[in-house]
Design a protein around this ligand. Structure first.
Ligand SMILES: CC(C)(COP(=O)(O)OP(=O)(O)OC[C@H]1O[C@@H](n2cnc3c(N)ncnc32)[C@H](O)[C@@H]1OP(=O)(O)O)[C@@H](O)C(=O)NCCC(=O)NCCS
Length: 193
């Protein structure tokens, strides 16, 4: 059992945000696969093409759970009545000259609880987890014009730039991607040393 963040309300029912340990990550694979399939099939640009096969999603989360097991990734979930309704995971960059950096690799909130602040709370938790892991610089990328882009800007992320035709939409069309970074409080402390 890992750290529990302050709970809030969405759809008038409490949603808890917490980091999963390795055993919890393995156990959450089917629910994570359901969440990913729902998001991809609804048009999200999160690595996969629609329609996403459940078995392919299970294979993806099996690899992520394995990397949580060896401390290479951090997986944070949102739960409503113990049911998984959102997730974010971080890649702790393993190369020696970027051991201060992590990447927000994927953020998804279930359709039924979107626009209630769950995405923001997952990102706040991800930033706190990065600091706790000694990571002071975060990076991410998102499809241009997506909800995520607005969310990241509102949360103080800085745009690095935009790459045209970077990834395919679920209909196969190539779309632009925007890259962002955010320096965390720990970075300023280190810079002042
Ligand atoms: C991007 C995503 C994670 C955002 O999740 P979310 O839980 O809806 O995010 P939030 O609720 O924190 O914020 C989204 C919007 O809801 C608004 N909101 C938050 N709480 C609200 C409330 N109580 N009432 C009304 N609006 C609210 C926010 O202000 C924000 O508004 P905006 O889009 O106009 O700027 C979600 O849309 C998603 O899963 N998309 C598919 C996957 C994806 O694209 N991921 C990002 C790239 S990896």
């Amino acid at each position: 059992m890992a750290c529990q963040f302050a709970a809030g309300y969405a759809s008038s029912r409490m949603i808890a945000i917490r980091t999963l340990d390795a055993a919890e990550s393995w156990a959450a694979i089917p629910a994570l696969a359901d969440l990913l399939v729902e998001a991809v099939d609804a048009g999200a640009s999160v690595s996969f093409m629609a329609p996403l096969d459940f078995g392919e999603a299970v294979g993806f989360w099996t690899e992520i759970a394995g990397s949580v097991d060896i401390g290479r990734r951090i997986l944070i979930v949102a739960e409503q009545d113990k049911r998984l309704v959102g997730m974010v995971y971080l890649d702790l960059i393993p190369v020696p000259n970027q051991s201060h950096r992590a990447e927000i690799a994927m953020l998804i909130v279930a359709l039924e609880v979107r626009r209630h602040g769950v995405g923001k709370r997952l990102m706040v938790a991800a930033e706190a987890a990065a600091v706790a892991a000694g990571r002071s610089l975060l990076t991410l990328d998102t499809r241009a014009g997506d909800k995520g882009e607005r969310l990241y800007r509102a949360m103080g992320w800085t745009e690095i730039g935009r790459v045209p035709r970077y990834a395919r939409a679920s209909n196969g069309k190539l779309e632009d991607t925007v890259f962002f970074y955010k320096e965390l409080a720990v970075a300023k402390e280190m810079a002042a040393e």
